[in-house]
Design a protein around this ligand. Structure first.
Ligand code: ADQ
Length: 496
């Protein structure tokens, strides 16, 4: 029996992936992506529970034989899988989540496919997640629901008479009213969000957008005039219900990345990568395959950089790493082709027998290999068209231990609200502006690079993922908000 309160994390994906090999064996792999990078250190050794889909499609419930393999791969927490069948994968996951909410919230309304069967399936699957939560949560547990695939879980739990404190964190941006209002289920989504005790967003802009939508769409909600300006936590009221809304910029486990960057194997590997390109400066892009990440735009910017600054031929090299993602959806498959075509075009126009301008890799690298790349490359080129936060920007800074690197960052990434003073901010729609930013970064004096990178690293170090966790939990639990400390005052909640 559980004696004290635990955290129950609910997310679409578990941090572990189940696979069945051709000979019928069950294998467990590690999950990837921003949410997993951020949340994995949070639950480790904390005896909490993580509820989510293990990435394996099955028409029935999970086969009990698979559970021990899954559980043994989780360190210090228990895992409760929620299985999805092929209809749910198509309509809930690829449909409502990734062909409605994802494009809508990232301002790609032309990619939205508003189908009512998607909405039906989304409701059904959210209820299915809520049932598993219900079976596993004691009254005193804190239930923390994550992200856009599971917006309705809190409301479903209330229907099941769960009175626990329930928080929700949105990992993607929240759109402005003109965009959000296009959704046929706008009222249902917003009403469901008001069933949580605490709603967390990455940036003040997301919080403002959310409050703007509440004002227009939910009639009886009472909102304090200061709420849209307040950088920390505000309250809104609906009848006798109080919902807290806060800004919590997510981050990474700084120490993990920082320590790995010092590792002798990483150092050796970084040296090896450097010696493969002795007289060139390397620009690095790392992204999940997604149309929001602006990969074609940055390839075009690199092409323009080579056109405008021919003295950099043979002296600049662009490594673009793309992690496979959601390839079942047409928009993603098309994007992959477009990227490959652009890479071929740039290499065809500018390449010589001893210089390949763009090196493109379409795979997920292991953590040490990725950190070696972060250590090797002079510039990180991170230019999403829209991004909730962007952890890669933070990972690059944490690993830049010699503090000589430069971060070129899109003004439309959530991270820009923390990094605007020391990154080179660019508009990813302005191809020429980005080409000039690459030139500026390559020419930046060492002293300036040192100063900027030191400042960026301080931000990542002081506001790491444990700071984020602590801020969110305090806001969820603190009784009286008037005594609520400023986010900066929280002491870091370190791993046990
Ligand atoms: P994502 O869209 O997945 O996350 P991001 O924050 O950039 O985006 O995180 C990607 C993660 O995947 C990083 O930890 C990175 O190291 C890893 N990764 C990417 N490409 C890789 C590759 N080729 N090989 C190995 N690892 C790779 C969502 C939101 C973001 C938000 C996060 C967290 O879209 O805006 O920052 O959640 O809230």
């Amino acid at each position: 029996m559980k004696t004290k309160s635990h955290i129950i994390i609910v997310s679409n994906r578990l941090p572990l992936i189940l696979k069945q090999t051709d000979d019928g064996k069950i294998e467990v792999g590690k999950g990837a992506g921003g949410l997993v990078t951020a949340m994995a250190p949070v639950l480790q050794n904390r005896n909490g529970t993580w509820i989510g889909w293990p990435g394996y499609v099955q028409e029935t419930d999970i086969d009990d034989n698979m559970l021990p393999a899954l559980q043994s791969a989780a360190s210090g927490y228990s895992v409760k899988p929620v299985m999805l069948n092929s209809e749910e994968l198509k309509n809930y996951y690829e449909g409502f989540s990734n062909s409605i909410i994802w494009p809508l919230f990232h301002d790609f309304t032309d990619k939205c496919i508003f189908l009512s069967e998607y909405w039906e399936s989304y409701q059904k699957v959210n209820k299915k997640f809520a049932l598993i939560v219900c079976q596993n949560a004691d009254d005193q547990d804190f239930i923390w629901v994550h992200d856009y695939q599971l917006i309705l879980v809190g409301a479903e739990l209330r229907k099941m008479h769960k009175r626990n404190r329930i928080g929700f964190f949105l990992h993607i941006p929240f759109p402005p009213i003109d965009t959000f209002a296009r959704c046929p289920w706008r009222f249902e989504l917003l009403s469901a969000m008001l069933e949580y005790n605490l709603l967390g967003f990455h940036t003040i802009q997301d919080k403002r957008n959310f409050i703007g939508c509440l004002k227009k769409i939910i009639q009886d909600v009472q909102i304090d005039a200061k709420a849209e300006l307040d950088e920390t936590v505000s309250e809104v009221r609906l009848g006798n219900r109080v919902v807290r809304i806060g800004v919590f910029p997510i981050s990474i486990d700084y120490n993990e990345f920082f320590l790995k960057a010092w590792d002798s194997n990483v150092y050796k590997r970084a040296k090896e990568m450097r010696s493969n390109a002795p007289d060139t400066k390397i620009l690095l892009g790392v992204d999940r395959l997604d149309y929001t990440k602006g990969i074609p735009e940055k390839l075009k910017a690199f092409q323009m950089f080579l056109t405008l600054f021919p003295n950099f031929h043979k002296k600049a090299h662009f490594i673009q790493l793309v992690a496979p993602s959601r390839r079942e959806i047409t928009a993603y498959a098309d994007l992959k082709l477009k990227i490959e075509q652009l890479v071929g075009e740039i290499n065809g126009i500018f390449g010589t027998d001893d210089w390949l301008p763009v090196q493109y890799m379409f795979r997920t690298l292991d953590r040490n290999e990725l950190i070696s790349l972060y250590r090797t490359c002079e510039i990180a080129f991170i230019t999403p068209l829209k991004d909730g936060m962007n952890l890669i920007a933070k990972e690059y800074c944490a690993c830049n231990i010699d503090e000589k690197g430069v971060l070129i960052l899109s003004e439309f990434a959530g991270a820009a609200q923390q990094f605007y003073q020391d990154a080179i901010l660019v508009n990813p729609h302005d191809i020429e502006g980005m080409a000039k930013a690459i030139h500026r970064a390559f020419n930046m004096p060492l002293e300036e690079r040192n100063q900027r990178m030191r400042n960026l690293r301080e931000i990542v170090k002081n506001k790491d993922v444990f700071w984020w966790l602590n801020s969110f939990l305090k806001a969820a639990i603190e009784k009286d908000l008037s005594s609520f400390p400023q986010a900066d005052e929280y002491s870091p909640f370190k791993p046990v």
